[in-house]
Write a protein that binds this ligand. Structure first.
Ligand SMILES: Cc1cc2nc3c(=O)[nH]c(=O)nc-3n(C[C@H](O)[C@H](O)[C@H](O)COP(=O)(O)OP(=O)(O)OC[C@H]3O[C@@H](n4cnc5c(N)ncnc54)[C@H](O)[C@@H]3O)c2cc1C
Length: 486
């Protein structure tokens, strides 16, 4: 059993699906990648130079980066190796660049280079702050779409035999004489001898259910702005400032979909469900971004969205990746704060080793296939010949439902066939609703398609499952309720 279908749980499921095992992922939300950290982060596959070499994070970050280079293309997830800069604006920041370079080399990060002189920097990053004096260049840093990556890993795990139970919440874990027996969920009890806890922000609560209550997870919020893709090309690399003690600092970076992302700030909050951005936090993000790229001040009117994510922080600031003699078969993959997305495949390999050490028999399947086909994006990418072929076969591929991102009905139908049941599920698989109009145009089309395919009323279509229905009353019913139907 794997608890949690975020990037960590999905990647562990895919790793374990190489073996003859019965794998079940249990996720309380209505889709994969709906947890805050996986759906709302910066999407950077970090090179791995900033964590101290003795930490688990350092050991797994550069390793995870190398593995993603191989497996993100295998599962057809977006991945661009664009490189990153840590930018020094003052002489006194130079020592941090040197320290990071040394640390990175100890952590096994290849090809790190300190670039000095603003002329050279501006040649590589023309809109960078002209006061920049040097930068640590890490060519292996990459960008991805974190939710698409998690969905791709989950789909590939399922293709290799894993099962994912959605809307299934673990409420208790039964342990007898130091052995795992079963888990209790809101839908019944499941017998199991091995449990991997990848429950993100709730990993401390889940661990306590098994009797391991040695850590707490506290949420740290990070807020972002997204710029419209008319700015495509304005930023070429991932740009970091010299970091603060609690975060990597406010980043300016392109996304894999040609937008620009700025953020995140880092503020501790109480509530693990807090999903609100704040005007103060967003101001902090904007002024942080201007330090690296003052020219963004002229672009404020082409921001199209803001959002926030919660980091699952622990008191030690490090990942908790452990098995336990006192609860045999229980493995924690907890405290997965940044760089958890980057480290996920290395975390998955470590979890496999911990399970083996705990007695799980694991023999490799010949039938494992690492490859997954992504949803065809030929229309969106204007690959005209292939688009024509698709449309000739099925005209829904010629019906554009999201104009901003050029997403067709064919893609939406394919997303539903692959498991999407909500508006956000479609959005994360196809990008419908992520463009300039932020779903103003496509929502009604997608609600109708979802209702038709799922055989439900349009009133039962939700944004993200649970109580998030979008249409509450038909107009006539509302008028009648208000006594205005005459
Ligand atoms: C602002 C921010 C920026 C970041 N930027 C980066 C970055 O650029 N690069 C990088 O490498 N990392 C980054 N990270 C870190 C990265 O996002 C996380 O490490 C990663 O997403 C953690 O994934 P997860 O699967 O452990 O957790 P989650 O995404 O939280 O998944 C856990 C899942 O468990 C489910 N769950 C919880 N309790 C239960 C239960 N009782 N029963 C069933 N299911 C349950 C939840 O619903 C959830 O879906 C960032 C994080 C944040 C918040």
């Amino acid at each position: 059993m794997i608890i949690g279908a975020g990037i960590v749980g999905s990647t562990i499921a895919r790793e374990l699906s190489r073996y003859y095992l019965k794998i079940i992922v249990v996720e309380k939300k209505s889709d994969v990648a709906f947890g805050s950290p996986t759906k709302a982060n910066t999407g950077i596959i970090h090179a791995g130079y900033d964590d101290k070499p003795e930490t688990v994070r350092a050991k797994l970050c550069s390793k995870g980066n190398a593995i993603w280079h191989k497996i993100a293309p295998e599962v057809g997830a977006p991945f661009k190796e664009i490189g990153s800069f840590v930018v020094a604006l003052k002489e006194e920041e130079m020592s941090v660049l040197k320290e990071f370079k040394e640390r990175g080399e100890k952590n096994g990060v290849p090809d790190l280079e300190i670039i000095e002189g603003h002329e050279e920097l501006l040649k590589r990053e023309p809109n960078l702050n002209r006061e920049a004096i040097a930068a640590l260049y890490a060519p292996t840093a990459a960008i991805t779409s974190p939710y698409e990556l998690a969905i791709a890993m989950a789909e590939n795990a399922m293709e290799n035999g894993a099962k994912i139970l959605l809307e299934t919440e673990i409420t208790d874990i039964m342990v007898k004489k130091g052995e795992l027996r079963s888990i209790q969920t809101n839908k019944g009890r499941i017998r199991t001898s091995y449990v991997v806890n990848a429950a993100g922000l709730q990993a401390d609560e889940v661990s306590a259910m098994a009797g391991i209550d040695s850590f707490n997870i506290h949420p740290r919020k990070g807020e972002y702005y997204v710029f419209d893709k008319v700015l495509n090309g304005f930023v070429k690399h991932v740009l970091f400032p010299v970091p603060t003690p609690i975060s990597k600092g406010i980043v300016v970076a392109p996304t894999v979909d040609d937008n620009i992302l700025i953020g995140p700030n880092a503020n501790d909050v109480e509530d693990k469900n807090d999903s609100a951005t704040t005007s103060r936090g967003l101001d902090e993000v904007f002024s942080g971004a201007l330090r690296l790229m003052p020219k963004l001040a002229e672009k404020k009117n082409i921001m199209i969205a803001n959002f926030c994510g919660l980091r699952p922080e622990t008191d030690t600031n490090d990942f908790i990746l452990e098995s336990y003699d006192e609860v045999r078969g229980f493995v924690n993959a907890a405290g997965m704060r940044s760089p958890g997305l980057t480290a996920a495949p290395a975390v998955a390999q470590t979890v496999a080793a911990l399970l083996r050490k705990s007695g799980l028999e694991m023999s490799e399947k010949d039938s494992f296939s690492p490859f997954r086909k992504p949803i065809d994006q030929s229309v969106r990418r204007l690959a005209i010949e292939r688009a024509k072929e698709l449309i000739a076969r099925d005209p829904t591929w010629g019906h554009v439902v999201c104009r901003c991102e050029r997403v067709t009905e064919g893609e939406v139908l394919e997303a539903i066939r692959r498991g999407a049941t909500t508006l956000d599920g479609i959005k994360f698989r196809t990008r419908a609703g992520m463009g300039r109009c932020q779903s103003g145009f496509c929502t009604s089309h997608i609600i109708k398609i979802l209702a038709g395919e799922l055989g439900i009323s349009v009133k039962d279509v939700t944004k993200r499952g649970g109580n998030s229905r979008l249409l509450l009353y038909e107009t006539k019913e509302l008028l009648r309720r208000a006594g205005l139907d005459d």
